[in-house]
Design a protein around this ligand. Structure first.
Ligand code: GLC
Length: 739
């Protein structure tokens, strides 16, 4: 590489270093021509390359559009995600792109979030595992990944200003772990900070998140880049640990930074720190060994097809699927001709080709197409009549339903989960014909299905299937391929069954995550709500049996070396090969904080031939039993009886075994506002306090008094009249035993 980082830092003028911490235009770092520092080129998008050819969000160069994260996540298959990452890397290299801006791993707090199609799951372990695999694949080709949007960017409403008010526990247990996994497992070349505020400060100016957590705890060494337009005060953001402002027209923030250094308001060392990280990124790009073979478009299309196979989720099937070879099919719904295969905004790919079900299914079965409804949502009786006539003349209806493009884009959130009225009305008419109905959904986030799913003989959640989605769907409908997706997000009966729904998208300027850790299935299980289809659910074309659960424990939580090995045997009891996603949940013991009934702690996807059995071993460590204790500012395991549960989905766990963990009781660090109960629970401190009683005095509190005053802070209580102890006594003992 034509430059040495240390030389540039020492020889660079303040102006030149200030250039390095801001971008040059929309897609490049700035570089320093005088010192032979080139620029680095970035481009969106998590599920396909978006290299702009003109203005912002304008025309982009053709690229393979893989299923967006909502689909890829339903595969529960890290190996697949890695292959998609490798393909993205090859296309980025061919396009001269050095870093791909993705994946997005924000948690699906509410299905209403307009950008959920770009995100993986309501569960952080699943999101982190799959995103890590994609990043690993991408970076193995010598192209960088940029995991985003760090953090707590879970809605589009007022995304650039909203103050997300969320407990640290919910952050640590729900909103940060996917980032933590990607950062600690793959060291992504970049991390993109989000637009929003987090408990007050703008994330782009938040040293706790960008430095203390990301670098201090997770040892991140790469570049923190702003989301596009997320920087308000470049000096403050630099101090917080934001290395690169994007986009940027030179002569603005770089001048502010240089002037702040000249004026002594900002240390040059701080600028050097971020500049050095940008230089190290530039070196990484230059030193990367990249596969410059021409992109095999057909092979990537085939990979997109395979990804779509594993992305769709069979939710119901009375046997109507696979479609009989000679079945006459009424293919109804405009989406069969105008497919929805991705969402809107910065991730939108100019697909190299797009399959349509009117073509792909017609190549396999006798098909009569009827659009059935207008995408505009305008009622059209003639279209309904035509669809009913097609149904009456056919053996089966394949009905393509879904959300209009406009409902699922960056920048907007939905306000309800219903399908358009014209689609639901059409389904009612078709159901009256008595012809069996296979409903196919094209949507980027959960929709309400409970009030019409029973009218269908089969239901496929196709999500957004990418450019080859319709080809994959035809493969599955005719039975050439088995659907093997599992829900990575719950499909609730109603939106308002979700605890988050009352506080989404919040009030002007503020959204309070009042549900805490009770997001998705965690909340629905805790409130014992029925669901339309549970997290982890999905059917195939065969049947599986679970047995032989074995749980082996080594080490202890106290030693920090607790290891729990969970073994499960799965058998394909059906007539054809199929996949199963073995899921292991830990049922939480009652704790000193409210905890979800169970949480996904491990999973593995296996493919079994008919009659084949396989024993799957899944490792758990102490984190699988822990919660984040704000009192101790760390992960904590408390004693109790946990249950290890294994099965096909979060609400069907046929195997379970109790596991008792004994952990020495943790002292709650005492402080000036600790209550009498908290003091009494600390034997040593309480004894030390009683030793300070005057001769003959006592501080015994009978149970009926304790019931009333136990929750009062002791230091205030001893100031009441006639107390045998004083605040000074409390302070003295605090000095010896306090937290
Ligand atoms: C957008 C998105 C981000 C994207 C960036 C560049 O606003 O939030 O995901 O990578 O800007 O297009």
């Amino acid at each position: 590489m034509g430059f040495d980082v240390d030389d540039v830092i020492t020889q660079g003028t303040t102006d030149e270093l200030a250039r390095l911490v801001v971008g040059d235009g929309t897609w490049h770092t700035s570089g320093v021509p005088r010192l032979k520092v080139p620029r680095v080129r970035m481009a969106d998008g998590p599920h396909g390359l978006r290299v702009e050819l003109g203005g912002s969000l304008g025309e982009s160069a053709p690229a393979t559009c893989f299923p967006p994260a909502v689909g890829l996540a339903s595969s529960w298959n890290p190996a697949l995600l890695r292959r998609v990452g490798e393909a993205l890397g090859r296309e980025a290299t061919a396009a001269g792109v050095d870093v791909v801006l993705g994946p997005g791993v924000n948690i699906k707090r509410s299905p209403l979030c307009g950008r959920n199609f770009e995100y993986f799951s309501e569960d952080p372990l699943l999101a982190g595992a799959l995103a890590s695999a994609l990043v690993y694949g991408l970076q193995s080709t010598g192209v960088g990944a940029c995991v985003k949007h760090f953090a707590a960017n879970n809605q589009e409403t007022d995304r650039m200003r909203v103050d997300v008010q969320v407990s640290e526990r919910a952050l640590r247990e729900i909103y940060l772990p996917a980032f933590e996994k990607v950062v600690t497992a793959t060291q992504p070349w970049m991390v993109m900070c989000s637009y929003n505020r987090l408990n007050g400060p703008l994330v782009s100016e938040d040293p706790w998140l960008l430095t203390d957590v990301l670098r201090g705890e997770w040892d991140y060494t790469g570049v923190v880049v702003s989301d596009w337009g997320a920087v308000v005060n470049r000096v403050e953001s630099l101090i917080a640990g934001l290395d690169l402002e994007m986009p940027h027209v030179l002569g603005n923030s770089d001048r502010e930074v240089a002037e702040a250094v000249e004026a002594g308001q900002l240390s040059r060392e701080l600028v050097e720190l971020s500049a050095a990280r940008v230089l190290q990124l530039t070196h990484r790009v230059a030193d990367a060994v990249r596969d410059d073979q021409p992109v095999d478009e057909a092979a990537h299309h085939e990979l997109a097809r395979q990804a779509a196979h594993e992305s769709m989720v069979l939710l119901a099937n009375d046997g109507v699927l696979p479609l009989a070879p000679r079945a006459k099919v009424a293919l109804v719904g405009e989406f069969a001709r105008t497919p929805r295969f991705q969402g809107g905004g910065s991730s939108k790919v100019n697909a190299t080709r797009v399959e349509r079900l009117v073509d792909t299914l017609a190549a396999r079965r006798q098909v009569r197409f009827a659009p059935g409804f207008l995408l505009s949502g305008e009622p059209d009786d003639a279209l309904v009549e035509d669809a009913v006539a097609a149904a009456e003349a056919s053996d089966v209806v394949v009905l393509c339903l879904g959300l209009p493009d406009a409902d699922e884009t960056e920048g907007l959130d939905r306000t309800h989960l219903r399908l358009p009225e014209v689609q639901r009305a059409l389904l009612v008419e078709l159901a009256q014909t008595g012809t069996p109905i296979v409903a196919i959904l094209s949507n980027g986030a959960a929709v309400e299905v409970a009030d019409w799913a029973d009218d269908c003989n089969a239901l496929v959640e196709g999500w957004l299937g990418g450019q080859a989605g319709a080809l994959a769907l035809a493969d599955v409908l005719v039975g050439d391929v088995e659907p093997s997706g599992r829900l990575a997000e719950t499909i609730p009966v109603r939106l308002f069954d979700l605890p988050s729904s009352l506080m989404f998208p919040g009030e002007p300027g503020r959204v309070v995550y009042g549900e805490g850790v009770f997001v998705g299935y965690r909340g629905l299980d805790a409130t014992d709500r029925p669901v339309a289809f549970p997290f982890g659910f999905g059917l195939g074309y065969t049947t599986m049996r679970y047995d032989d659960l074995a749980v082996k424990v080594t080490g202890t939580p106290a030693s920090g070396a607790l290891r729990v090995s969970v073994q499960v045997r799965v058998t394909n009891t059906g007539e054809r090969a199929g996949c199963e996603v073995v899921q292991v949940y830990v049922g939480n013991a009652p704790a000193s904080v409210p905890r979800p009934p169970r949480e996904l702690r491990a999973f593995s996807k296996v493919r079994l031939e008919p009659g084949e059995s396989r024993t799957v071993t899944l490792p758990l460590d102490a984190r699988a039993f822990s919660f984040w204790s704000e009192a101790h500012d760390r992960w904590v395991v408390e004693s109790g009886v946990f249950t290890i549960e294994a099965g096909p989905n979060s609400r069907d766990l046929p195997l379970s075994q109790e596991l008792r963990l004994d952990v020495p009781a943790l002292r709650v660090p005492l402080h000036a506002e600790s209550t009498i109960d908290e003091w009494r629970s600390d034997d040593q401190a309480w004894a030390a306090l009683l030793e300070r009683l005057p001769e003959g005095a006592s501080f015994e509190l009978p149970p009926e008094v304790l019931a009333v005053v136990g929750g009062q802070p002791l230091r205030r209580f001893v100031k009441f009249p006639d107390m045998p102890l004083s605040a000074a006594d409390v302070d003295a003992v605090l000095a010896a035993y306090g937290g």
